[in-house]
Design a protein around this ligand. Structure first.
Ligand code: GLY
Length: 385
């Protein structure tokens, strides 16, 4: 059986096993007591050994997880920990997929999306297409805490942020602006010098200070628009779970395009009784399978986080009937934790964010934060991310 046939077999057999599992669960209610709240926890896997506190993220959060772990170790709130971690990445001008320095839309304007979910109080907040405010994960948390809405978008979200004391700023760094200029010149019918102009090579070389690495990077993100993003999930010692996902979205998007990150149930989903899941990569594909919610529901029925993530990737693959030519036009990752502190991740392709490196995610369980390989659906190099 090749890998795809094996996956198809797994998807088909899952229908049967999930049904059998549901019978077990519904036939005999699991009386697992929740240590923090009175009453039985009706559904969910029996506790197994995991690590708590725990905080995980997409690979680009590796150096930010310490911040979240400090909060968890100090007995702080799980959502506060996750937001503190991703804020480091939102503030970083060198991460061009999140916050300040994100690659802009086709008009050269950075537009950010984010969501949060707080497991202990079962609340959510989200913002989309936000301009000129850097820390949109905290803005989403503010929507959750200060309004009776879940989602605020566009100029309304920006004005809400200003009213709540967020500062306005230009989110386009010189680095991102130059790549945007090169993207326009390379792909537009209107702008010059294009690739057919005699000055094209010199124009690009001068734009990136004759630095071969910078030029190669710019050409890579022009040809293969990234959908970067950071997802972060935190579990504290008591087994409470929260998460956040924040992004500048698809580079060169049509203004107003919204990906999966702010969509509760897609780019992020947390159910405090079970765990949480989130995503990075091409949001449109995740939205169509409600990845975050799908994974949490599979974990509720007893699946391990990594298997549930892989199963979600399988649903995306199924949407294309396994056609690798079509699937290679994008990349996608899922991440998950359960309330026992077990974690996992799966990616569509073998390659990761950094050229030449495999698909990885970041884990901090009290020992120094480290990168861990994702389970991969296809053991091949696919779309550059
Ligand atoms: N996953 C981020 C996006 O597609 O916008």
């Amino acid at each position: 059986m090749d890998r795809w046939t094996r996956r198809k077999f797994f998807l088909t057999s899952l229908a049967g096993s999930a049904f059998a599992g549901a019978g077990r669960l519904f036939g005999k209610t699991l009386e697992v007591t929740d240590g923090n709240r009175p009453g039985p926890r009706l559904l969910g896997p029996a506790p197994v050994a995991g690590t708590r506190p725990l905080i995980i993220s997409s690979a680009n959060g590796l150096n930010a997880l310490d911040k979240g772990m400090q909060i968890l170790k100090g007995g702080g709130d799980t959502l506060e920990a996750a937001v503190a971690a991703v804020t480091v990445v939102e503030d970083d001008p060198n991460d061009d997929s999140v916050g300040y320095g994100g690659l802009p839309n086709e008009e050269g304007e950075v537009e950010l999306d984010a969501s949060v979910m707080h497991g202990p109080t079962r609340r959510a907040g989200s913002v989309a297409s936000v301009r000129r405010i850097k820390n949109v994960s905290r803005l989403a948390k503010t929507v959750m805490e200060r309004t009776n809405h879940v989602m605020i978008v566009g100029d309304g979200a920006r004005r809400f942020g200003l009213a709540e004391g967020f500062e306005e700023m230009n989110l386009l760094t010189e680095h991102s602006r130059k790549i945007w200029l090169a993207w326009k010149a390379k792909t537009s019918f209107n702008w010059r010098p294009g690739t057919d102009s005699p000055e094209w090579k010199e124009h690009v070389a001068a734009l990136f200070d004759y630095d071969a690495e910078k030029i190669a990077y710019a050409m890579r993100v022009i040809t293969s628009p990234p959908t970067g993003t950071i997802n972060c999930l935190a579990v504290n010692a008591k087994g409470e779970v929260s998460g956040t996902t924040t992004t500048s979205g698809l580079a060169w998007k049509i203004p107003g395009r919204v990906g999966d990150s702010p969509v509760i149930g897609a780019g992020l989903f947390v159910d405090g009784e079970v765990g949480g899941a989130g995503s990075t990569g091409k949001g449109e594909e995740n939205i169509k399978i409600c990845g975050g919610h799908t994974i949490v529901e599979m974990m509720r029925k007893g699946m391990k986080p990594d298997d549930a993530c892989l199963e979600a990737v399988g649903r995306v693959v199924r949407n294309y009937n396994g056609d690798k030519k079509k699937l290679t036009t994008f990349h996608l990752y899922f991440y998950a934790v359960n309330r026992d502190g077990e974690y996992g991740s799966a990616s569509l392709w073998k390659n990761g964010y950094e050229e030449g490196k495999g698909a990885m995610f970041a884990v901090h369980d009290g020992t120094p934060a480290r990168l861990v390989p994702c389970k991969t659906f296809f053991d091949e190099i696919g779309h550059e991310e």
